[in-house]
Design a protein around this ligand. Sequence first.
Ligand code: FDA
Length: 529
Amino acid sequence: MKQIIVLISLLISVSWATSSPIQEDFLQCMLTQFRAYTRSFEIIFPPSSPLYPYLLQSTIQNPRWLNATTLKPLLIVTPFHESEVQAAILCSRKQDLQIRVRSGGHDYEGLSYLCQAPFIIIDLINMRSIEVNIEEETAWIQSGATLGELYYAIAKKSLVHGFPAGLCPTVGIGGHLSGGGFGTLVRKYGLAADNILDAYLVDVDGRVVDRKAMGEELFWAIRGGGGGNFGVVLSWKIKLVRVPENVTVFTVPRRVEQGASELVHRWQYIASELHEDLFIRIIILGVGEKSSGGKRIDQASFNSLFLGEIDRLIPLMNRSFPELGLKAEDCTEMSWVESTIYFAGFPKGSPLEVLLDKKQLYKSNFKAKSDFVTKPIPKNAIEGIWKMFQEEEEVAIMIMDPFGGKMNEISESEVPFPHRKGNLYNIQYMVKWDKDGMETSNRSVNRITSLYRYMTPFVSKSPRAAYVNYRDLDLGTNKKDKTTTYMEAAAWGVKYFKGNFKRLAQVKSKVDPENFFRNEQSIPLLPTP
Ligand code: FDA
């Protein structure tokens, strides 16, 4: 062990010896001015460091973005302590470097590790502690923790508490809570962002502020206004929610010839009206012959969590959705934390520890887009979706997540996520491909763009709304410099935030008037009067 440490230290000192002046100035700034001395060599990695390539790609979910043409960070900083985040922000400003903050690295467009100007990454991989307080029914979580680590930590203290956030355990807390965050508890408890009580953030001047010190406007903005806009959120205090000891899950697949179109059509009328204990989403899946080993798969899976036992679920389903023909043998009872493993797609019987696994289950090249639906889509339009799917040779997915319930009770302006009452469900369209190469990538992206175009008449309008956590740069981007105007950015901003976009720009203008925290879709400043 000792030899390995000596070797790594040697490699690190060699790598620093070959670093550029800008990197050395940054290190010097961290060392002297901000006294982050003790660990500087352990937390700052230049490209010449042997650990740099590993760190750069370690949490990336969409490998599509890391290729020979993308600009790489001058340094990766992996702080353990808030003082090191403060120092990294102040040193970047001093040297006119941009920063990208990364928690779980799942950004769809790679905004936590890509930049078109010289930049550093602040990667919160070492800031992942979680403190659960069951008496108070709260938890403090650092941004670098994952959803899986949070669900695991809650389960270690209580099997009748949970948290309403997303389904993929490797998603990072930092980006997820910053953009809203929804999963199987959305109909009962709303978004992750609806359940935040406090937060610590390092602002553009390097100050560490909590809710009281940052003020209610900034605290409002960070709960759904999108990551990378207002500062680096170090940690969040969340409200835990109660779940029954036993919940029920089921997944019922139906192929087109088994009446999938009729079922999807009917589901639209009931899914957002059901008892709020019942969440039934649909995953429409199309897999081309090449990816499925010879036989096309086209099916809709009805994938559900019920906050109760089978005895209560079956009569409820018979009353509200008899067309699905759900039987007790389709259902399994388990604890809520086990249901998080089920929805993550781990095999039955997997231990709780899989929630701590850092290996991303679904890592592959992908492109996604999103919509909100306010009126049921006609049946013939649903039939047309299958035809669109059949043109995709690789894997195409449409996930339809029902809203209603608690989501109807929260006002559009409570937090920046505005898609509340009146939205029946959210759609996420996704194409995935494993083969590298522009041809496959272009073909898949063209397919999803055609599907998105096809859906235009059937989804929300004025604006055609989108979910910021399903980041989509096709909606528009900021210019490379700081000259994007508020009106230009509204092209995409209003789709994500509707009437809250202006308020986000007001907060941004106040807390970051020089637009230091910026990226391709960051909140713009308001024009000065
Ligand atoms: P990442 O680290 O890439 O950050 C995303 C953005 O937030 C970047 O702009 C980044 O700079 C910024 N940011 C990160 N940490 C920050 C911090 N501490 N302070 C300030 N800004 C910060 N969503 C959902 O609602 N429900 C779901 O079930 C799922 N499921 C899902 C599965 C898979 C496989 C993927 C790839 C994604 C999802 N998502 C999702 C979407 C997910 O919520 C979204 O991509 C989050 O932004 C990811 O957060 P990370 O911290 O992992 O991303």
